[in-house]
Design a protein. Structure first.
Length: 237
């Protein structure tokens, strides 16, 4: 039976559940990849959850409010993934109008997630990341203040250190997303990958995801979901 497993893997295309495949890959200690999906849930959420489940991988979803998507928030949590805050509206003009407006956005999405899933979380990602410059347009100096005040209020924020660039352009070939990820892993032991569950019909995230996951397995990374105690990857520019 083990020889038939090897034969199937030799062709490069995986037909077996990933747990069989993992046994052949040496796992590097301390190498962890956190797959993160922003802006969901969406029509793509189910497909993303199916792929994660197939590969036995847990991930983190930084969600916003979407109409008529109640069951998707629950589906993310029921599948064992981390659900986290990314603002209520994702409208920069509202999120970054000022400190009060920012925390109102965070409170609203926090309450909504709690209503839908029973999960109360302080894990968050800033829309555009903590290094975003768009907020200057609405409120100069706001990011510097927010980075301090979110921490004072008990929030933990995460940026990313590997960008799939899946939201940069329409219909980016999936191989391009894969190479964007591959080319920026470098020698990082902790990798936080930015992807999107945006429901954008021209996005190719779902098509690229299986190979992105296989890449991390092949490099010996475990893929885990974040929690409030996960090492924080912050942009410092
Ligand atoms: Zn976003």
């Amino acid at each position: 039976e083990s020889s038939s497993v090897e034969e199937e893997n030799n062709g490069g295309e995986l037909k077996l559940p990933m747990e069989h495949y993992i046994n052949f890959v040496p796992h590097k200690k301390d190498c962890v990849a956190y797959l993160t999906f922003d802006d969901g849930p969406s029509e793509n959420t189910d497909a993303i959850l199916d792929i994660l489940d197939y590969y036995n991988v847990k991930a983190t979803f930084f969600v916003i409010y979407h109409k008529d998507m109640e069951d998707k928030y629950k589906a993310i949590v029921n599948a064992g993934h981390t659900i986290a805050l990314h603002s209520y509206s994702h409208e920069y003009s509202s999120v970054y109008a000022g400190e009060a407006s920012f925390f109102d956005e965070m409170n609203r999405i926090s309450d909504y997630i709690y209503e839908q899933t029973g999960v109360r979380t302080k894990l968050m990602r800033f829309p555009g990341g903590s290094s975003n410059t768009i907020s200057r347009k609405y409120s100069r100096g706001l990011m510097k203040k927010l980075k301090k005040s979110v921490t004072e209020r008990g929030y933990v924020y995460q940026d990313w250190n590997v960008d799939s660039r899946d939201a940069a352009k329409a219909k980016t070939p999936p191989e391009k997303l894969l190479s964007n990820v591959r080319n920026s892993i470098g020698d990082k032991k902790t990798v936080v990958v930015l992807m999107h569950d945006s429901g954008n019909k021209t996005a190719t995230t779902v098509q690229a995801l299986p190979e992105i996951i296989e890449l991390f397995y092949e490099k010996g990374y475990s893929m885990e979901k974040m929690d409030i105690n996960t090492e924080q990857i912050h942009h410092n520019w």
